[in-house]
Structures are given as structure tokens and as C-alpha cells.
Design a protein around this ligand. Structure first.
Ligand SMILES: Nc1nc2c(ncn2[C@@H]2O[C@H](COP(=O)(O)OP(=O)(O)O)[C@@H](O)[C@H]2O)c(=O)[nH]1
Ligand SMILES: [Mg+2]
Length: 360
């Protein structure tokens, strides 16, 4: 499953956001290093299309898609130089697919740490930049040596990309905010750099800041430009709401003018950041959302359900979810001749409902 890492300064609200996203129960405390262990949890992706399909099929079960989040300890200013717990624990997020930068805006004298989102972002960027620069330090030379030995131009190109990245990092700029070509950034994939990942910023607002979401996000949005989306969330409130049953939660959040809450928006933004799409399977047993990468072909999508379905893939019967709902169900769609039969080279689209024919 695709994974996002939560990064932020100590006490920015990462563990609280993790709990709000995953309904988990990670210990949350006003202690800079309360999160020593790395936690991984799945955030379900709310999707109205699922409910519509489930009603149609009288499904006994509904299974939403999910994205994984990783919660690690917080950075403090100077982590790269060994302050706090140092930055060792960043290893826990080297291999995630994207980062969520958690930036504190809430004021609370009882909770130490900075509470200006833009300041926090700048400190955070610097620590990540220093961590990346340190991990790249000896790599360009190693690649060049390997390139010579193996006469491999791809390794030489990688060494050049590392040099380019190093120059950017040395100017204090994280790669996600740099002007490096996508091609260069792709060549750095083997280096597992923290700042070479797509980012999404979450500004953690206090309950007394519900009216000022726009003012709180504006400076961060200006700083990130097109490099990343910014969403304001009152994390603590939504983490508490996540512990309630659905009706109580809806009442609490709607009462505060937060609609269904902002956390689902964070999960959706994360999903899009990763270039992911959803297809569905539906029947009496269950209606389920499955995740695939934009552009994936039918057999690969079948493989998301089960490897046998990919191995023995024959064809897929396909219809877009809204057409299926409009026609009133699978049998009616079939009778109306509206189910398409697609082969191995069909690029699945977001919102497709699939039935896979296979033989193993
Ligand atoms: N007042 C207030 N406190 C919060 C808010 N969000 C988090 N906190 C508190 O800040 C402390 C640190 O939160 P935590 O999620 O553990 O931060 P982490 O260190 O980034 O994982 C906890 O005591 C939380 O209750 C908020 O929106 N308002
Ligand atoms: Mg924590």
C-alpha cells in the first residue's frame, strides 16, 4: 500500500493527526519525544460512490480504500546536529511515498514548541535539507566510481543528478521546492531522499482559530507555491471527534461549521498527491474500492484484487459507476448491452466498476 509519512516539529500534532486519520490510539502527550516508536495505520478514504453502489447491490459489506500513514517522533531545531533525539528516526520515513508536513498554529502555553506555521516550515525544511545533504555527501563519488567500473552511463547520469541535488540542498532549498527537472528528480530515486518526495502541508489550528483558516494557511501556501497543497485542520478537535460514533461526530463537526470534518480532505489530498485512482467491485457480498496508479491496465488492476486474477486474466466486464447506478444494476446493464468487454490493454479509469474473468 502507498504510504505517507507525517513529519513536523515536536508537539506540532503529528500523533494527534495520525489518530484523527486512522482512528488509532497512539499516545499523545505534551512531551517532545513521546513518540519513540514508529506507528503505521490506515486512513479509510470516504467515498460517496461506494454507498450508492452498495445500495444498488444490497451489499452486506462496504470496504473503502485506504492510504497508509506513518507517525514518527518530532524534529526539533538542530536535530541534524544531534539536538533532541537527533534525526535518526527520519530513517522511518525514508521509504514513504510522500510527506505530510504538520505545522503548528495553535497557541497553548502548556505545550512547548513554536506555533508559527511558516517559521515551523522553515525550520523543518532546514532539518530535512541537512539530513538529505548528509546522506548524499559521499554518494556522487561512489556512483561515479561504479559507473567507470561497470561502464554504465545510467550510473554516471545518477552521479550528475546527485551533484545537481547537492547544489540545491546546499543553497538551503528542499528538492520538492526546487526547480530541478522531473527527470533529474527521478534519477535520484535510489537515494531515498526525504525532500525528493511530494508534500502536503497541514496547518494545525486551535479551536479558537476556526475562523482564521485562510489567514493561517496563506503564508505557507505562498512559500510552497505550486510545490504542495495546504490544508488547515483543528487536529485535536477532529482527533476527539474520531473517537465518537458517527452520528455524534457529524453533529459536533457540523455544529462548528466544519461539515464532515477536514480530516477526510487530508486523506483525499494525500491520495491525489500520490497519483492514485479508485475502481470498484460490487455484489451482494460486498462493495469495495480498490486503489490503482493512474494509467494502470486491466490485468494490473485485477492483480490488486488477487494475483491469480492477474495471472489468469482473460477479460474484464466494465461499466462506469454512475452509469451502473442509473441503469439500476449489473443484470439490467447487461440486458441493456451496456457492459463493455475489455481486454489486457484496457487502461482502467477512475470510477470504473470491474468484473474480472480469469482462469488459473
Ligand atoms: N490546545 C491544543 N493542543 C493541541 C492541539 N493539537 C495537539 N495538541 C496538543 O499538543 C501536544 C502534542 O501533540 P502530539 O499529537 O503528541 O504532537 P507530536 O509531538 O507532533 O506527535 C498534545 O498535548 C496535544 O494534546 C490543538 O489543536 N490545540
Ligand atoms: Mg508524536
Amino acid at each position: 500500500m502507498e504510504r505517507l509519512g507525517l513529519v513536523g516539529l515536536a508537539n506540532s500534532g503529528k500523533s494527534s493527526l495520525f489518530n484523527a486519520l486512522t482512528g488509532g490510539h497512539v499516545s499523545v502527550a505534551p512531551h517532545p519525544f513521546s513518540t519513540v516508536e514508529t506507528s503505521v495505520g490506515v486512513a479509510p478514504l470516504p467515498d460517496d460512490r461506494l454507498q450508492a453502489l452498495a445500495r444498488l447491490s444490497h451489499s452486506a459489506k462496504v470496504v473503502p480504500a485506504g492510504v497508509e500513514f506513518v507517525d514518527i517522533a518530532g524534529l526539533v531545531s538542530g536535530s541534524a546536529a544531534g539536538e533532541g533525539m537527533g534525526n535518526r528516526f527520519l530513517g522511518g520515513i525514508r521509504e514513504v511515498d510522500a510527506l505530510v508536513l504538520v505545522l503548528r498554529a495553535f497557541h497553548d502555553d502548556a505545550v512547548t514548541g513554536p506555533d508559527d506555521p511558516l517559521d515551523s516550515l522553515e525550520t523543518l525544511e532546514l532539518e530535512l535539507v541537512l539530513a538529505d545533504a548528509a546522506s548524499l555527501e559521499t554518494q556522487a563519488e561512489k556512483r561515479r566510481k561504479q559507473a567507470r567500473l561497470r561502464k554504465d552511463p545510467a550510473l554516471a547520469a545518477e552521479a550528475d543528478a546527485i551533484d545537481e541535488a547537492m547544489a540545491v540542498l546546499q543553497s538551503g532549498v528542499p528538492l520538492f521546492r526546487s526547480e530541478l527537472d522531473t527527470e533529474v528528480r527521478e534519477r535520484l530515486a535510489n537515494s531515498f531522499l526525504l525532500t525528493n518526495k511530494p508534500v502536503l502541508a497541514v496547518v494545525n489550528a486551535g479551536e479558537d482559530q476556526l475562523e482564521s483558516f485562510d489567514e493561517l494557511t496563506a503564508p505557507v501556501a505562498a512559500h510552497l507555491g505550486t510545490s504542495g497543497e495546504v490544508i488547515a485542520v483543528c487536529v485535536q478537535l477532529e482527533a476527539e471527534a474520531a473517537q465518537l460514533d458517527q452520528a455524534e461526530r457529524a453533529e459536533l463537526l457540523a455544529g462548528l461549521g466544519l461539515g464532515e470534518g477536514v480530516v477526510p480532505k487530508v486523506a483525499h489530498a494525500a491520495f491525489h498527491l500520490l497519483g492514485l485512482r479508485t475502481f470498484f467491485t460490487t455484489g451482494e457480498k460486498e462493495t469495495r474500492a480498490w486503489i490503482f496508479r493512474a494509467g494502470a491496465l486491466a490485468p494490473e488492476c485485477a492483480g490488486v484484487i488477487h494475483s491469480d486474477l492477474q495471472r489468469g486474466f482473460i477479460r474484464a466486464e466494465v461499466i462506469h459507476w454512475d452509469e451502473l447506478v442509473e441503469l439500476g444494476g449489473w443484470q439490467r446493464a447487461k440486458a441493456a448491452g451496456r457492459l463493455r468487454v475489455e481486454g489486457k490493454d484496457y487502461p482502467v479509469e477512475d470510477g470504473d466498476v470491474l468484473e474480472i474473468r480469469f482462469n488459473v
